[in-house]
Design a protein around this ligand. Structure first.
Ligand SMILES: *Cc1c(COP(=O)(O)O)cnc(C)c1O
Length: 217
């Protein structure tokens, strides 16, 4: 697959779902990819990227931002409270708000810095012990708590369990978002982004289908 293949498939999925062209944002997930591959995708015009580690992103994106205008960088992986400041300075959106401690840290920093990137709350739709995110039953309360802190929550994010049909999880996430008046839905990866778009995804996070398999290490 190449970038044009993926953007064409996204356009097709939007059309099949009766959704407006361009209503789905492609986040090209560049974690662990060699710099040359990332630069190649930047050179093709892609500007929205996702990284799952603050440290790794800090190593490569300030340089790319100097080289390419209008980069839109999203944090899609877990965030430790002690890295929250760095994340707020580095990223244009954070998709992994998943607990009160982090919400409080972000709220404090937002006050201090005077701005905060748009936030997605991660929901552990599969209720997996090893996975981050608030449980579906706690999502409404946590969303309300974040709003009380004046955090700019724009949507929800999920990573469905690997062995399950993802559509059930996408539908659950969409339902929780709708009843809380949230428009953003960060869901869908290389193997399932078309199904996510059918169920309302506004942001799909696609890595290996664009860049090729991630190099281990
Ligand atoms: C790595 C990653 C992706 C991209 O996965 P692919 O299967 O390579 O498309 C999407 N979302 C998150 C949270 C990830 O960590």
């Amino acid at each position: 697959m190449t970038l044009p293949d993926i953007t064409a498939r996204i356009a097709g999925a939007e059309q099949n779902a009766g959704r407006a062209p361009g209503s789905v944002r492609l986040i090209a997930v560049s974690k662990v990819q060699p710099e040359a591959r990332v630069r190649d995708v930047l050179a093709q015009g892609q500007r929205c990227f996702g990284e799952n580690r603050v440290q790794e992103a800090a190593g490569k994106w300030p340089g790319f931002r100097e080289e390419f205008a209008s980069v839109d960088l999203h944090l899609i992986g877990p965030l430790q409270s002690n890295k929250a400041r760095q994340a707020m300075e580095l990223f244009d959106a954070i998709h992994s708000l998943d607990r009160p401690k982090l919400a409080n840290a972000l709220a404090r920093l937002a006050q201090e810095i005077g701005r905060c990137p748009p936030l997605f709350i991660q929901v552990n739709t599969g209720e997996e012990a090893q996975k981050a995110g608030v449980l579906p039953a706690s999502a409404d309360d946590f969303i309300a708590e974040c709003r009380k802190l004046d955090l700019p929550v724009t949507g929800l994010m999920c990573i469905p369990p690997a062995e399950e049909e993802p559509s059930l999880h996408f539908a659950l996430l969409a339902k929780i978002a709708a009843r809380n008046g949230l428009k953003g839905l960060s869901m869908g990866m290389s193997g399932d982004f078309e199904r996510a778009i059918a169920l309302g995804a506004t942001h799909v996070r696609v890595g290996s289908a664009i860049f090729g398999e991630r190099v281990a290490g």
